[in-house]
Design a protein around this ligand. Structure first.
Ligand code: MG
Length: 394
């Protein structure tokens, strides 16, 4: 089994806060809750132990319980090294691999944790690390630069640091009383003469040390949430088709525009065949049935109805379900009259009623070379397709 030790016993004096820095809020959630959740929800660990100061045990337990997180909480020691040793001792003795992680690194990802464990499984250790951007100088006590190590060979080391449980516990026991205190766990294995290997860390795997770090971490979280939201947006497609007969003594209305002609379309409403196809496409995309269901032709309320008003209602139904229209493409199949002079007005009318820019609405007309009922001038048909998107609420 694999386990994790999360160290959260530091006072965080550089944070300038009176409380343990892992209890501070990061975008509304305590840092320790974020760190434990990142580790627990990775699904990589069978047991998690949080090590914290004696005075914070009750508070940390309460926060984790409220967040629905299962982790043991134990008391740390006088420094980080001693705290980790106590955390290791609190783990089940049959632990195979252990990841040691700073409680103040709440932005750790599953990828970083998995890479660290994988390296420990293969090579005995996996210490998250990143290349340096800044050049590093070694400085003498009098402030004079003593040396400039070659940057390409340097790495900034983070946590998680994963090891074989037995090996890291032995190293901790061996140096438990040493005056030379280690600031990371890998250093103890190095001192034991064991080979230590690195695994990929990340610039985003920040250790929250100063108040500025909190501000940076909040921006990283915002970006991550923004990406999540985009991923959650579902796009849906709809199709509609309609036919109306041409008759004398009727107005010809297509996409809300009156087209001068000797005949018009026959129907209960204004018989705007193109608008009807479009409404069916929209309702279809939202799985809301069809216009026959919502505006039955047996209902007197819809006698002579302006189909653009009905389109407004359909748009309202979609919005009430959390859908927004992305675009629409309408094809009108009509032998006569010639529709090209009216196409732009139709686009503008539909776009206006859908609340879209004209660039998101297309209307086209075609004849059928005198074939079929449209070609013989008996009626006009229309097809429409549209895209709608479901807005994520997360
Ligand atoms: Mg119709």
């Amino acid at each position: 089994m694999n386990a994790a030790v999360i160290v959260a016993a530091g006072r965080g004096t550089r944070m300038g806060a009176a409380v343990n820095k892992v209890l501070l809020d990061l975008a509304g959630i305590p840092v320790i809750v974020r760190s434990v959740r990142a580790v627990s929800e990775s699904g990589l660990f069978d047991a998690v132990v949080v090590v914290t100061g004696e005075e914070d045990i009750a508070g940390v337990r309460k926060l984790l319980k409220e967040a629905g997180l299962e982790a043991a909480v134990c008391a740390g020691g006088a420094d980080r090294q001693e705290s980790v040793r106590r955390g290791l001792l609190a783990l089940p003795q049959d632990t195979g691999l252990v990841a040691i992680h700073d409680g103040a690194r709440p932005l750790v990802t599953r990828e970083i944790l998995a890479a660290s464990l994988e390296s420990a499984k293969d090579r005995g250790s996996g210490v998250a690390a990143i290349p340096l951007k800044d050049t590093v100088k070694r400085v003498a006590a009098n402030g004079r630069v003593a040396e400039t190590p070659e940057r390409a060979s340097l790495r900034a080391v983070q946590t998680p640091q994963s090891f074989r449980y037995r090996e890291i516990l032995e190293a901790h026991e061996r140096f438990a009383e040493s005056c030379d205190r280690a600031t990371d766990d890998a250093a103890l294995l190095e001192r034991s003469g064991a080979a230590v290997y690195l695994s990929p860390g990340s610039e985003e795997n920040l250790k929250l040390t100063t108040p500025q770090d909190i501000a940076v971490a909040e921006r990283i979280l915002e970006t991550r949430q923004g990406i999540k939201k985009q991923e959650k947006t579902m796009v849906r497609v709809g199709h509609g088709y309609d036919v109306h007969r041409l008759a004398e003594g009727r107005k010809l209305i297509l996409c809300g525009v009156e087209v001068p002609y000797e005949k018009g379309l026959l129907g209960h409403s204004d018989a705007d065949v193109a608008a009807h196809a479009l409404m069916d496409a929209l309702l279809g995309a939202a799985a809301l049935g069809d216009i026959g269901r919502h505006f039955p032709d047996t209902d007197e309320a819809y006698e002579g109805a302006d189909s653009m008003r009905l389109l407004d209602e359909v748009r309202g139904m979609l919005e009430a379900k959390g859908f927004a229209v992305c675009n629409a493409d309408i094809t009108i199949i009509c032998q006569r009259p010639k529709l090209s002079p009216y196409i732009e007005a139709m686009r503008a009318c539909v776009a206006g009623h859908l609340g879209l820019p004209c660039g998101c609405v297309n209307v086209k007309a075609t004849t059928t070379e005198h074939l079929g009922f449209e070609g013989e001038g008996l009626g006009i048909s229309a097809h429409a397709v549209c895209c709608i998107e479901e807005r994520a609420h997360a």
